[in-house]
Design a protein around this ligand. Structure first.
Ligand code: AHM
Ligand code: MG
Length: 337
């Protein structure tokens, strides 16, 4: 049996890889792991809350309304960031505007965090995997002042670290600081994330494609042609491929990271910019994908190069195995009118 490496140990061992190795980023990553454990516990109780302890929206014994799980997760992460002293402000899917922490310690924090506290939350009611996605940037505004919108609207290439937590059959935390991707599985018996997937690399190609095919008639001809290609029979290339769509981005991405594959959320007639949010869904997973040898694009541009112009900006998203994404990009270019 090999020695167990906990996330905490791993973060400390790798501290000198960070560009500003003063321990703050290590503490921040540690805070994220603690908040994740608390959210993981709450996710595991979701069915009980709904069906035994009372439905969401109901009033509990203290006269407080039961909150939806995505709000619970949002509050948990915000509380951790606000009290940690490393973060001067956050932006999250649950808040229309960004939040600048005004306490003295937070104003001195060097980082901002953008996150989706509970991605795929429509899957909570049916007991399907969901996740948290996060992205960390160094602030642009001066230390000691309030965080600004400019701190939040940075290109994905400026990310210092990014990761996700998958609340699946087990809870996993996967992250990168730009030196490869490592995955940790929560051992509930000891309450620790343990290194289970060192140096994760996405296979260059695979036989799995992932898209909500209900949108097929509305998307770019190049994407339609790619999906047709996946479905055509051709034994020499292992086609037809398998279609797998969980409807939780984190879970679909995680499968692609481990087994290879492609995930597509295109622009559609009803949603011209696609559905997924650049800052706290697409960018963090694009950073991880690239660090694991994969690609992320909006069909024309590298996701990480897009200069954001608003907090909840949406982009079409194609992410996954290098060869598969490149094939889609070629078809898009060829069929562009
Ligand atoms: P959410 O952040 O409101 O949960 O929306 C994002 C989710 C992704 O996790 C998932 O891939 C996608 O929306 C599914 O959308 P659709 O139901 O349109 O296929
Ligand atoms: Mg989401």
């Amino acid at each position: 049996m090999s020695k167990i490496v906990t996330l905490q140990e791993f973060i400390i061992d790798r501290q000198n890889e960070f560009p500003f190795a003063s321990g703050e980023l290590s503490r921040l990553l540690n805070d994220i792991s603690v908040a994740s454990k608390i959210v993981s516990r709450d996710v595991r109780k979701a069915g009980l809350v709904d069906h035994i302890l009372g439905t969401h929206g109901a009033v509990n014994i203290q006269g407080e309304e039961q909150q939806k799980l995505d709000v619970v997760a949002d509050n948990q992460f915000i509380k951790m960031f606000e009290n940690g002293g490393e973060v001067c402000g956050i932006a999250s899917e649950e808040n229309d505007d960004f939040v600048a922490f005004e306490n003295k310690a937070s104003k001195k924090g060097k980082y901002v965090v953008l996150f989706d506290p509970l991605d795929g939350s429509s899957n909570v009611d049916v007991n399907v995997s969901i996740g948290t996605i996060f992205s960390i940037y160094k602030r642009i505004s001066p230390v000691g002042e309030s965080a600004t919108l400019e701190d939040m609207l940075q290109e994905g290439t400026k990310q210092i670290a990014a990761g996700y937590v998958l609340y699946g059959s087990s809870t996993m935390l996967v992250y990168t600081t730009g030196h490869g991707v490592n995955g940790f599985t929560l051992d509930p018996s000891i309450g620790e994330f343990c290194l289970s997937h060192p140096n994760m690399i996405m296979p260059e190609t695979s036989r799995i494609y992932s898209m909500n095919e209900g949108n097929i008639d509305q998307c770019h001809l190049g994407i339609q042609k790619y999906i047709q290609y996946c479905q055509e029979e051709d034994k020499s290339t292992g086609r037809p491929y398998s279609g797998r769509y969980i409807g939780s981005l984190v879970a679909d991405f995680h499968r692609s990271l481990i087994k290879g594959g492609i995930y597509i959320y295109p622009a559609t007639n009803s949603s011209a910019a696609g559905k997924l949010r650049l800052l706290y869904e697409c960018n963090p997973l694009a950073f991880i994908a690239e660090q694991a040898n994969g690609i992320a694009s909006d069909g024309k541009r590298r996701i990480l190069d897009i200069k954001p112009n608003k907090l909840h900006q949406r982009v079409p998203y194609i992410v996954g195995s290098k060869k598969m994404v490149n094939q889609v990009l070629e078809l898009i270019a060829k069929n562009d009118n």
